[in-house]
Every structure is written in C-alpha cells, then in structure tokens.
Design a protein around this ligand. Structure first.
Ligand code: GLN
Length: 191
C-alpha cells in the first residue's frame, strides 16, 4: 500500500506539493483539520508567509499536534517558510518557531543579493545523495541559513552556503523543489 503524505494546507504553496507527491506515487491529503494529522506517513510544511502560518496554526490548534508529530519522528519536508518554522532561531524579524532544527535563519536574509531565482546546487554537496545529476534550485524570497549545529547534516549548498539540511527524519530546504520537475527531494524525504 502506498504511503499517505499530508501537506499543511492553511496558507501558501501547498497545491504544488500535493501535485509533486502525487506524481511520485504517494497518496496525498491536504491537511486542514486537526484530525487530518492522524495516520500520516509523512508531512510537508509548504512555503508561504511564515507569520501567517504561525497565527493560523496557533489559532486552530495545529501547532502542538504538529510539534508532537514531527518530534515523534514522522518524516517531514519543510520548504522555505516551513524551514523558518523548523529552525531553532529566527531573525529579521525575529519570530517564534518549532525549533526542531538546530540552526539560525534570517528571513528574507539575502539583502540586496538575489533571493528569488533559479540555479543549481554545488555538485559536490549533493553527489552523495543524488549522484552526478545536479539538483535544481528555485528560490522565492528565500530565508538564509546562517549557522547549522553539529547534529544537522547539510544536504545541499549553493556557492558554499547551506540550502538544504537534515536532522533525523526532517529535511528542510530554503528553495522550492515542488516547483521544479526534479522530485528527488520528496523521494529522499519519504522513501
Ligand atoms: N519570506 C517568507 C517568510 O518569511 C518565506 C518565503 C517563501 O516561503 N517563499 O515567511
């Protein structure tokens, strides 16, 4: 039986994740009710506006249920705003987060540098996970990873900076794999 992967569908870019997961052959569920979080084999926290997502999750009660689910080891993919939610320390502006991943992140952290656009990951960073085919990156007002703790593995870099990390069963990316035709990040997360 194929796995069921839930995508948090309160705000942001959840549709593209549902489509990408469907293309990978998983069953999908757009998570709106608390009860949708039961019996999932995996969870996606999509991009969007992290401040709005936090407000909605706290107001409707998803916050503590999702926190428990991810801490219990449920395979989880957090992209862009999702990565901001997952980090232990968020600045610019500072904001609360789940703190699952030992890392510091600045929102909209690229200043005048390009923070939206396309590129490829440094090949040597992704080769151990994805082989010789370079990983496509697509950024939209991306957060910037400023520090990663010792327990965090860096899975992809661009220009020497971490853009995808893993700690336990949680993978977080500052880019949007769901908006490219490269679905290897979803497959790596959910198996
Ligand atoms: N800048 C957004 C935030 O701070 C994240 C952007 C995105 O998810 N594409 O929440």
């Amino acid at each position: 039986m194929s796995k069921t992967i839930g995508v948090l569908a309160l705000q942001g870019g959840y549709q593209a994740h549902l489509k990408a997961l469907d293309t990978c052959g998983y069953k999908t569920l757009a998570v709106r009710e608390i009860s949708d979080l039961r019996n999932l084999d995996g969870l996606v926290l999509p991009g969007g506006e992290s401040t709005t997502q936090i407000k909605l999750m706290k107001r409707f009660g998803h916050w503590s249920v999702i926190d428990e689910l991810v801490r219990s080891g449920c395979p989880t993919l957090a992209t862009c705003a999702g990565l901001i939610l997952a980090a232990s320390h968020v600045t610019q502006p500072s904001q609360v987060s789940f703190g699952w991943l030992d890392m510091d992140v600045t929102r909209n952290g690229w200043g005048r540098q390009v923070h939206s656009g396309e590129g490829l990951a440094d090949l040597e960073s992704t080769r151990p996970h994805f082989g010789d085919d370079p990983l496509k990156l697509l950024f939209i007002r991306a957060p910037r990873i400023q520090r990663v703790g010792q327990r965090v593995d860096v899975l992809a870099m661009t220009n020497g900076e971490a853009v995808m990390v893993r700690q336990g069963a949680l993978i977080a990316a500052s880019f949007h794999p769901e908006l490219t035709d490269d679905l290897r990040v979803h497959r790596l997360t959910f198996g």
